[in-house]
Design a protein around this ligand. Structure first.
Ligand SMILES: *Cc1c(COP(=O)(O)O)cnc(C)c1O
Length: 494
């Protein structure tokens, strides 16, 4: 299988090359040039095997230039070794009316681990396979979660280094501690005196500085990124949709061939796009419900066909969904239209005018599969409380958005298919908002007291990665000005 650009440039790469490059030469995203198809036998064959084995089978359909042995070792390093605190890695929690797919049992307690544990393994294997001798330096600007998940994934991975910039004073105490205590021989964490946009612009400027790029190249260093435009970060996410279906079969909740719905809390459109791939491959999916917060650019798009990022930006209690440009939508548009020229024109309109309109036909195609809704912070908190009161289960804020939108969807359509709510973070990661939703007074309590309080409410153990922060040593003291980031990269990499 080869990988091509959504914007039409005539390069056809193996998956290993697509993963090393990250972005296509014309600024487009890499997509597979054909869709692998699976039978119901394939899906039924996923029952009764481990998550690692499920991953090998699904990944093997897309990463055809990796050997079975290579995939097996990548997957074992990613999900094995005690890094996940649940033996099923992505367990499905089945309630009377919905099932909840818990994707936060990895080392940083958010679903980013599902992909960011595997991407570094796929990348280091790709470097070996393609005979690349350079070291890949991953640069990340983070507002909190991605930085830590990327650090955990890339730590001590051969032929790679990782450097994370975060805004000084701009991340939560727990997030800051998670990053500053990071172990590993190839990692660096630096605070930037500025806000997240300064850190992000700084990283972009470093990527586009050709003179600096040549200097790095002379020293055998190549820059790359770990965000969800990389195919190596998207493909691991397809696995857990198959895994959820297999678990529903094993639990006799559905029969082979029955269609199910997924409701996904969405930001960059990566997670829900992985479900779209699963559906295209033949997994019996009826609807994909796209759940947003008040930054509801995707709700509007999926309802009207107009994508318009020119709107107010809101800070919410679901920060991982506070996003106005959903990069991965470009991949969906390509697969629905199979017309790279059209996609390229829309993306140009988006960058020049902030808006594009896909028209009634394309919208109609998309609406056959997608439904969209959103909720605000008050709705999110009400959903946490409602779920807790009905089930004694504590969802995090992002999961609660999806839960609420799933209910809206069922009310609006009367759809009775099995509904899987995708749960993207541990409630401990967003403990203050969750406790407030449950009616607790949290003023003046420090982060660790909040962990204890949530333990009393939820009864679910505090994730080890968060609990251990109480005593962990801060290892990274670096701070730089916003115009000093390139020098900091030089000091680390050269
Ligand atoms: C990143 C993230 C999301 C959004 O996922 P996308 O793939 O960007 O749509 C939702 N919830 C949490 C907790 C996240 O970290």
């Amino acid at each position: 299988m080869k990988y091509i650009s959504t914007r039409g440039k005539a390069e056809r790469l193996d998956s290993a090359e697509a993963i090393i490059h990250g972005l296509a030469g014309d600024g487009g995203l890499f997509v597979p040039d054909e869709m692998p198809k699976v039978s119901m036998d394939f899906v039924e064959g996923l029952k009764g095997i481990s998550y690692e084995e499920r991953s090998e089978k699904v990944l093997g359909l897309f990463l055809t230039d990796y050997t079975e042995g290579e995939l097996k070792s990548c997957v074992e390093r990613a999900y094995g070794g005690g890094k996940f605190d649940h033996e099923r890695r992505a367990p499905l929690n089945i309630f009377d009316d919905v099932s909840v797919l818990e994707l936060w049992h990895g080392p940083t307690s958010a679903f980013k681990d599902m992909a960011l544990q595997l991407l570094p393994q796929l990348m280091s294997t790709a470097l070996r396979k393609t005979g690349e001798k350079d070291t890949v330096l991953i640069l990340v600007a983070t507002s909190g979660d991605t930085g830590k998940a990327a650090l955990e994934g890339f730590r001590d991975v051969e032929q790679t280094k990782i450097m994370v910039f975060y805004p000084e004073g701009g991340v939560s105490k727990i997030q800051r501690l998670q990053m500053l205590t990071q172990k590993g021989s190839n990692v660096n964490v630096t605070a930037v005196r500025g806000n997240f946009d300064d850190a992000q612009s700084g990283v972009k400027a470093i990527f586009s500085d050709e003179a600096f790029g040549s200097k790095l190249a002379e020293h055998g260093v190549k820059l790359s990124s770990a965000n969800s435009i990389n195919w190596g970060r998207l493909v691991p996410q397809i696995v857990y949709y198959f895994s959820a279906y297999a678990d529903l079969l094993s639990a006799h909740r559905i029969q082979a061939g029955d269609e199910i719905d997924f409701c996904v809390p969405t930001g960059n459109f990566g997670d829900i796009l992985a479900a779209f791939y699963a559906k295209c491959m033949g997994l019996p999916v009826h609807k994909l419900v796209c759940a947003s917060n008040v930054n509801n650019v995707l709700t509007d798009f999926l309802q009207t066909g107009v994508y318009n990022r020119k709107r107010d930006f809101f800070k919410t209690i679901t920060p991982s969904m506070d996003i106005l440009i959903s990069s991965n939508l470009e991949r969906l548009l390509y697969h629905v239209t199979k017309d790279a020229a059209k996609v390229k024109a829309w993306m140009r309109q988006l960058s020049e005018t902030g808006r594009y309109d896909v028209g009634a036909d394309v919208l109609g195609e998309i609406q056959k599969l997608f439904w969209a809704g959103y909720t605000d912070d008050a709705g999110t908190k009400a959903a946490i409380r409602r779920v807790y009161e009905a089930k004694r289960y504590v969802p995090d804020t992002h999961t609660a958005v999806a839960w609420d939108v799933a209910e809206q969807y069922r009310k609006a359509t009367g759809d009775k298919h099995e509904m899987v709510v995708v749960s993207t973070a541990s409630p401990y990661k967003f403990n203050a908002s969750v406790l407030e939703a449950l009616g607790e007074k949290i003023e003046g309590l420090d982060e660790f007291r909040l962990l204890d309080l949530l333990l009393e409410k939820s009864g679910h153990p505090i994730p080890a990665g968060l609990d251990s922060l109480r005593t962990a040593k801060e290892l990274h003291k670096g701070v730089c000005e916003k115009d000093g980031m390139e020098a900091a990269v030089g000091a680390f990499a050269l």
